[in-house]
Design a protein around this ligand. Structure first.
Ligand code: F6R
Length: 609
């Protein structure tokens, strides 16, 4: 989610890199840096904060040279700071790299390199790669070979730009699961994480695929696969304008972010799943601490509070500890009972939401232990919490939360399993079964996204709906809350989420001919009950769309339309069932001509109460 720009040519690199990084500013970042070779050394300038801060530092310290790499960082490993900013150099400044992605095995590699005598200056996973490349480089003095050897050791995702002081005529690029493109110019070539960064200079692009690497010189670009065999590639000619290039060719950021979910959920889940249990590096709760805790509060606002609801259902059921899930604006003013035996889990994408932050501070003042599930590293909530789970969704630009929410659900699954294991309520067999399913979730999300056209058609069919109900039971009820909020906030359609069993206590009076009802039916032991509630609304004239697990024929029979999601472990259905709701709300909003990414009256970060 960070930004990369690289240049090799005849023109001064500094302005090309800075201008390129400015084109990536819209994605959000917390620090920036560039490295340029000046015929003797590779000089690095980097800083925490905005690009303007970097430009200020460069004022009077211009970096000469015509080959360089630049980076805007969105912190994942290590807080935003000068020393954690990219580029990162090997200990002797010979190898300098920029990196996007997450190196999952960086701790092992770091230990191995420390044992060999390498000293680290940052807390980043990236710095490991600069030392590792150097370690191989010193054996052969061949930069490409060293990069290839290094990337074969990496687990996780990476887009890399690599410079070497001894080989100033080439720039090496490599990618796996993080985007990287090469721009072909005339006597100059470029690399970038995103097309807008280089669109001003060239529209002829090579799209690197997973497992490919390239040697880029002023007049040549050679692309190789992991076996180092040459790959012949067609040029992709970009005819997008800057605005659509920023959205990666999608019509809106929201749609782009919906489609990023398989990757960001993978980034959030997979590195934390080990054979021995869930590895949560920034959470220090141990069995003794948990034995003292007699109550958990889960507190957040809006979408994040629906992640809490899922967390509550799971924690109570698998860890057998009482949990209250509550919106922060209520929690903070009602004098809840808090003491050193209380654990308060706050959830926030931005880490700056005023009510959530106030709830956290109140809990801390009362002596409670506070765990935060946060997307923005170094945010106020992350700084104040005792334990942290960072969701790795990357910057979310659309106001309506999609990918951050899916990663919050991922966090709920892992935290519930972790606490259940510590409390002896989940066996290793049960954990292994859950782990295998968790690992398949990104592919299952992908399968649901493949139904995009069918969901768009449904949205068009029901575009005139004025009142929409979302009904479900148990974990499906939490899914309803989020589905209904999405439709309200971006499509401005009135909708109500209801626990299916509550319908006949009042709201069923609102059901009339053609009222649209979504039935969420993914909890096997509750399906029959929800289906009979759906029959009740059907009998009163409602149109029904169900979201059900593949093979649920009963749900299909009662519905006007069914959207199937792949079968999975009962704990994990919410993340899958929510994806069709996101697409439905998106297409209704588009169909009604609304500003999807910036819905009326809403702000991305609510820093006032
Ligand atoms: C809805 C949405 C909001 C946020 C809420 C909390 O799509 O994004 O409901 O979830 O404002 O924001 P964070 O997670 O930043 O604390």
């Amino acid at each position: 989610m960070c930004g990369i720009v690289g240049y090799i040519g005849k023109n001064p690199a500094q302005s090309i890199l800075i201008e390129g990084l400015k084109r990536l500013e819209y994605r959000g970042y917390d620090s920036a840096g560039i490295a340029i070779y000046n015929q003797e050394d590779i000089n690095i300038m980097k800083t925490k904060g905005r690009l303007a801060n970097l430009e200020e530092k460069l004022d009077g310290n211009h970096l000469e040279g015509t080959i360089g790499i630049g980076h805007t960082r969105w912190a994942t490993h290590g807080a935003p700071s000068d020393h954690n900013s990219h580029p990162h150099a090997s200990h002797n400044d010979k190898i300098v790299i920029v990196h996007n992605g997450i190196i999952e095995n960086y701790m092992e590699l770091r230990d191995e390199l420390i044992e060999k005598g390498y000293a680290f200056k940052s807390e980043t996973d990236t710095e490991t790669v600069s030392h590792l490349v150097f370690d191989y480089y010193k054996e052969s003095n061949d930069l490409f070979e060293a990069v290839m050897k290094a990337i074969k050791r990496l687990e996780g995702s990476y887009a890399l730009g690599v410079l070497c002081k001894d080989n100033p005529e080439e720039l090496i690029a490599a990618r796996k699961d993080s985007p990287l493109i090469i721009g072909k110019g005339d006597g100059e070539n470029f690399i970038a994480s995103d097309i807008p960064a280089i669109l001003e200079h060239t529209r002829d692009i090579y799209l690197l695929e997973n497992g490919e690497a390239a040697v880029i010189k002023r007049d040549s670009i050679e692309i190789f696969d992991m076996e180092e065999k040459t790959v012949e590639k067609e040029i992709f000619h970009v005819d997008w304008d800057i605005a659509s290039a920023e959205k990666g060719g999608y019509d809106h950021f929201m749609l782009k972010e919906i489609f990023e979910q398989p990757q960001v959920v993978k980034d959030t889940l997979l590195p934390r799943l080990t054979d021995k249990g869930v590895q949560l590096d920034d959470i220090n709760l141990n069995k003794e601490d948990l034995d003292k805790i007699n109550k958990i509060y889960m507190v957040a606002c809006g979408t994040a509070s629906y992640a809490c609801l899922v967390g509550k259902y799971l924690l109570e059921r698998v860890a057998r500890v009482p949990v209250v899930a509550e919106v922060a604006s209520e929690f903070r003013y009602r004098e809840p009972i808090l003491d050193e035996n209380t654990l308060v889990i706050v959830v926030s994408q931005s880490g700056e939401t005023a009510d959530t932050l106030a709830a956290l501070r109140m809990a801390k003042d009362a002596g409670a232990r506070v765990m935060a599930v946060v997307n923005v590293v170094g945010s106020s909530i992350a700084r104040d919490a005792d334990d942290i789970f960072y969701t790795l969704a990357g910057p979310e630009i659309a106001v309506a939360s999609t990918k951050a929410y899916s990663c919050q659900l991922g966090a709920m699954y892992l935290i519930a399993a972790h606490i259940a294991i510590l409390k002896g309520k989940m066996s290793m067999e049960e954990y292994k079964e859950l782990k295998d399913e968790l690992m398949s979730i990104p592919d299952k999300i992908e399968k649901i996204l493949d139904q995009q056209d069918a969901i768009k058609t449904l949205a068009e069919e029901y575009i005139a709906a004025k009142n929409v109900f979302y009904i479900g039971r148990g974990l499906d009820f939490a899914v309803c809350m989020e589905g209904s909020l999405k439709l309200k906030e971006i499509a401005y359609v009135h909708s109500e989420p209801y626990a299916a069993g509550e319908l006949k206590h009042g709201p069923i009076a609102l059901i009339e001919d053609d009222t649209l009802v979504f039935g969420i039916v993914t909890q096997e032991e509750l399906n029959e009950k929800t289906i009979s509630n759906l029959k009740e609304v059907k009998a009163r004239g409602a149109s029904i769309i169900t979201i059900a697990l593949e093979g649920n024929e009963k749900a299909k029979k009662i519905s006007d339309h069914v959207i199937y999601v792949p079968r999975t472990h009962w704990m994990l259905t919410s993340i899958l069932a929510n994806i069709p709701q996101q697409l439905f709300a998106y297409y209704v909003s588009v169909g009604l001509g609304h500003d999807v990414d910036k819905p009326r009256n809403l702000a991305k970060s609510v820093t006032v109460e």
